[in-house]
Design a binder for this molecule. Structure first.
Ligand SMILES: Cc1cc2nc3c(=O)[nH]c(=O)nc-3n(C[C@H](O)[C@H](O)[C@H](O)COP(=O)(O)OP(=O)(O)OC[C@H]3O[C@@H](n4cnc5c(N)ncnc54)[C@H](O)[C@@H]3O)c2cc1C
Ligand SMILES: *[C@@H]1O[C@H](CO)[C@@H](O)[C@H](O)[C@H]1NC(C)=O
Ligand SMILES: *[C@@H]1O[C@H](CO)[C@@H](O)[C@H](O)[C@H]1NC(C)=O
Ligand SMILES: *[C@@H]1O[C@H](CO)[C@@H](O)[C@H](O)[C@H]1NC(C)=O
Ligand SMILES: *[C@@H]1O[C@H](CO)[C@@H](O)[C@H](O)[C@H]1NC(C)=O
Length: 480
């Protein structure tokens, strides 16, 4: 009886404590990925008191280093950076992180129609080994996409005179017309699924053009090739020690006392002085709030009062890509000795695009296979063993029998991650950008939206995430 009474008193005390006035900060930043951390560091530098509230037990979000027993790391999320990604490049330098060129020596593999071909990409006039008519179609379609993208204002794609027309069709239906030859089309299919982790039929043409326009900076227009290229493109370089170090070092710079881990935010409520932010295990008052995550994740938080319809409906309409990585580890990067750069493009298999993901010193081999779009959807609910069996078949097709026996694996399925629900980016199907596009960036009464999806340049990339964090910090400072 006494014990029970004590128990009840303790419970009462706990609930009383939970009801006492929560801690207060100038800005609560919800999400500890590169967007949230970049915003937090900028705001702290301007003497704002901040708290980053992160759902996971780590910082980084869609950047994640997986440690290997041999001391190496595999990047299970974002891995590559390249020219015109000015913000991520300078951030790496500011944080004392080195970079190195993605391995790109030797021939590419093309697996097409059941046949393996290799070809060189060194030199000015190199082209994939497909028939001449298909090559012409490929080149014409590329030129047309780039010239349409050139007309797009990366900050406001919906203002283009043909925005409604382009937003009324999918990239797939545009390709049906532009590249009827299968040998030209399949190369676009491979590129699209590796860039967006979505099929061409999933994407609005306007959104695809905006994404191309975003693959550049204020002075260098975006091109489709910059999205797909290794040398000189988005896959040009890697970060020594792995990209999660960008997030870890930003967090250290901010100070871990300004970051609350393992505290998913559930509820954001307007109060007199701003907002009350309630997470599992934490409640906080803040004058302003930054939501730094993809729109579909932001939609899982309960806002009181509800957000304006344009914003809420935007978040109802942007799905995450379907994305996984399967990295097979080998004693050596054996494909290098066979004259291959480790990059394959394929029209079949679970893996249709690969990269050499070995460490800078090549001391062991890491073959990265992207599992994207329809392929990932097929395997989201399968076992890891089933995935490995399929991936290894593809790697043997592309790189020969030595690929048959990896020493170990890293497999990461972002679709099954509670606080990501897919990757690399939330994309726009037809009809969304022209109706709801402005709500990507537009804040509302002290609530501000960051995340790579809201960036003008390098949407979907680490660089875009950092740009969005810096933009939102400026916005907060201007309105406080
Ligand atoms: C497989 C893969 C490969 C990629 N490859 C590249 C690449 O090579 N190069 C490149 O530049 N980019 C790449 N990207 C994209 C890149 O990772 C993202 O663009 C970038 O990391 C997004 O950062 P962010 O801060 O906008 O969002 P996120 O990293 O998603 O951060 C959002 C944060 O919010 C947290 N969160 C979610 N819900 C809540 C909640 N309710 N309360 C509190 N916190 C919450 C999440 O846990 C997360 O930490 C890749 C992504 C994936 C998945
Ligand atoms: C922040 O505060 C410090 C110490 O009070 C001061 O030296 C610095 O100038 C302030 N910086 C800004 C941007 O206000
Ligand atoms: C854009 O990128 C190019 C190439 O990396 C670079 O030379 C230029 O300085 C960048 N422009 C801006 C405004 O940063
Ligand atoms: C694919 O291969 C088959 C025979 O193996 C051939 O008949 C067909 O023309 C090829 N298709 C293309 C697009 O190369
Ligand atoms: C692009 O759009 C932005 C946002 O609407 C606007 O401020 C800017 O002036 C536009 N740029 C051009 C060149 O039209």
């Amino acid at each position: 009886m006494h014990l029970l009474l004590l128990w009840a008193v303790a419970g009462l005390l706990r609930s009383t404590l939970a009801c006492t006035a929560p801690e207060a900060v100038d800005v609560a930043i919800v999400g500890g990925g590169l967007a949230g951390l970049s915003a937090a560091v900028q705001l702290a530098a301007a003497n704002k008191s901040v708290m980053v509230i992160e759902a996971r037990d780590r910082v980084g979000g869609r950047v994640l280093n997986v440690e290997l027993p041999n001391g190496g790391i595999i990047e299970a999320g974002a891995e590559f950076i390249g020219p015109t990604q000015d913000r991520v490049i300078s951030l790496a330098a500011e944080l004392g992180l080195g970079t190195f060129a993605t391995y790109n020596t030797g021939e590419n593999v093309l697996w097409h129609n059941g046949t393996r071909l290799t070809y060189s990409t060194a030199g000015p006039d190199v082209a994939p080994p497909i028939d001449t008519l298909s090559l012409i179609q490929l080149a014409t379609a590329l030129a047309e996409l780039n010239s349409m993208a050139l007309e797009i204002n990366a900050s406001a794609p919906w203002t283009h005179p043909r925005a409604v027309e382009w937003d009324s069709m999918t990239f797939g239906s545009w390709l049906d017309n532009a590249t009827p030859l299968q040998s030209a089309r399949f190369l676009f299919d491979v590129a699209t699924t590796s860039i967006f982790a979505a099929e061409p039929r999933d994407l609005s043409l306007l959104y695809t053009l905006a994404y191309i326009a975003a693959a550049g900076n204020e002075t260098t227009p975006g091109t489709f090739e910059r999205l797909t290229a290794t040398a000189g493109g988005a896959q040009d370089r890697r970060v020594t020690g792995g990209t999660q170090l960008l997030a870890v070092r930003l967090a250290e710079r901010l100070g871990m006392e300004h970051i609350s881990l393992s505290t998913p935010v559930r509820h954001i409520k307007r109060i007199d002085e701003g907002y009350k932010v309630t997470a599992d295990g934490l409640a906080l008052r803040a004058k302003q709030v930054v939501i730094a995550m993809s729109p579909p994740l932001a939609a899982r938080i309960d806002y009181e009062p509800i957000l304006p319809a344009i914003r809420d409906q935007l978040t109802q309409r942007l799905p995450m890509g379907s994305m996984g990585k399967a990295v097979a580890l080998y004693d050596t990067p054996f494909w290098r000795d066979d004259g291959l750069n480790g990059q394959a493009a394929s029209d079949t298999g679970i893996v249709r695009s690969t990269f050499d993901s070995s460490p800078e010193d090549g001391s062991y081999g890491a073959m990265l296979g992207f599992i994207a779009a329809d392929q990932m959807r097929k395997f989201d609910a399968k076992s890891e063993d089933e995935i490995k069996a399929e991936v290894v078949k593809d790697f043997v097709n592309y790189f020969g029998p030595k690929a048959a026996s990896p020493t170990s694996w890293v497999i990461q399925r972002w679709d099954n991650e509670k606080f990501s629900r897919g990757g690399p980016v939330a994309f726009a199907p037809p009809g969304v950008l022209t109706q709801h596009g402005p709500a990507l960036q537009q804040g509302f009464e002290g609530i501000h939206f960051a995340g790579t999806e809201s960036a003008p340049y390098w949407i979907g990339y680490m660089d875009g995430a950092i740009r969005s964090g810096e933009r939102v910090a400026k916005e907060v400072l201007e309105t406080s």
